[in-house]
Design a protein. Structure first.
Length: 201
């Protein structure tokens, strides 16, 4: 089986994330997409509980994707083994994913921003050297060293329409009591309301 793995904090999941998943499905490169919410992202000040972020992701998946798009709690499993760990290093998560999906081809789905951040991660160079990456990006020009970096580390490039929506923007909208729909699916919006998530909303 060909599995595409999509990491993120999903705080909250939004139409940009769903666009990436849709583009990955349309590419026909994968038999399944595994969405992997971060237990605790060391690069972001994520305060929303893990289970709430998982539930928002699950609620955002349309019924027609249910056979191919799976929300996986890989990081929760590792966190329960390492109870004193606030965040789980990505290389450990990747090793775990490979161990429970033996015989499958694993590709990591990344945005341009994430791809260029990987060298800063713990064992980032090893992650780049030992894994297959699929870049999903809006059509644009990569300059000099950026193009070389992509050529060296990316197996496939999938294009999708550009979106400037981010989870940070959505949280800001919530704090200012501004509309966030349709930037998030209605199911996610309703979950945020029900659980009274995000300060100031």
């Amino acid at each position: 089986m060909r599995i595409g793995v999509f990491f993120g904090s999903f705080d909250p999941i939004h139409i940009g994330h769903l666009g990436v998943i849709s583009a990955a499905l349309d590419s026909k490169l994968f038999d399944q997409i595994h969405i992997v919410p971060a237990w605790k992202n060391p690069w972001k000040n994520t305060t929303t509980k893990y289970i709430d972020r998982v539930c928002m992701v699950m609620s955002a998946i349309p019924s027609e994707w249910e056979k191919t798009v799976k929300v996986k709690r890989y990081e929760q499993i590792l966190a329960e083994v390492n109870v004193f760990t606030r965040s789980i290093e990505t290389w450990k998560v990747i090793d775990h994913i490979k161990s429970v999906n033996k015989g499958d081809t694993i590709s990591i789905i990344v945005s341009r921003e994430t791809l260029f951040e990987i060298p800063e991660w713990d064992k980032g160079d090893e992650i780049l050297a030992n894994n297959e990456f699929v870049l999903i990006d809006s059509p644009s020009i990569l300059i000099g060293s950026e193009q070389g970096f992509v050529n060296d580390h990316v197996k496939e490039v999938i294009t999708m329409p550009k979106t400037d929506i981010s989870s940070t923007y959505i949280r800001k909208q919530l704090k200012e009591h501004k509309e966030i729909y349709p930037y998030v699916p209605m199911e996610v919006f309703n979950y945020i309301l029900k659980r009274n998530l995000y300060d100031g909303f």
